[in-house]
Design a protein around this ligand. Structure first.
Ligand code: HEC
Length: 122
């Protein structure tokens, strides 16, 4: 009896964790983006990039990891193709990159930076 109850408890906990995980991903997917960012948003992207990313990624390079620049070929080989992929890295960097959370860079600004990166460093 005890066993059955705790088994169900575990299954429920797992199901709830899965549901919670899905709910967190939802808002990001709902955003629909234009194919090409507007010029003024690229300008803002550039300013934000200079401020937050340039010290480590001058001209889209990478001062501490030359194999992980922001140039298209490097991004593609690391499966980074969409603005969302770049935002994901800003929120959860691989290792040495500092983490940018939503209090540092809002989701909207993060998308603006990501679009700037994808259209600028090819
Ligand atoms: C403190 C230095 C530093 C800053 C600031 C920084 N990065 Fe990085 N970035 C890195 C390093 C180091 C890596 C390599 C992966 C790692 O160690 O996390 C990296 C990797 C990346 C990658 C993956 C590149 C690839 O080819 O795999 C992206 C995309 C990226 N950074 C975007 C950004 C953006 C956008 C910003 C600004 C919001 C930023 N980074 C700010 C150091 C930095």
């Amino acid at each position: 009896m005890g066993k059955i109850t705790s088994g169900a408890g575990v299954a429920l906990a797992v199901a709830m964790a899965v549901l919670a995980g899905c709910r967190q991903e939802e808002p990001r997917k709902a955003e629909s983006l234009p194919a090409l960012p507007a010029p003024q948003s690229l300008e803002r992207g550039e300013a934000l990039f200079r401020q937050n990313c340039s010290p480590c990624h001058p001209d889209g390079g990478n001062v501490s990891d030359p194999e992980r620049t922001l140039h298209g070929s490097d991004l593609r080989s690391h499966h980074i193709a969409r603005p969302e992929d770049i935002v994901r890295i800003m929120r959860n960097p691989v290792s040495r990159m500092i983490r940018f959370d939503t209090t540092t860079i809002s989701d909207q600004d993060a998308m603006t930076i990501a679009e700037y990166v994808l259209t600028t460093f090819r």
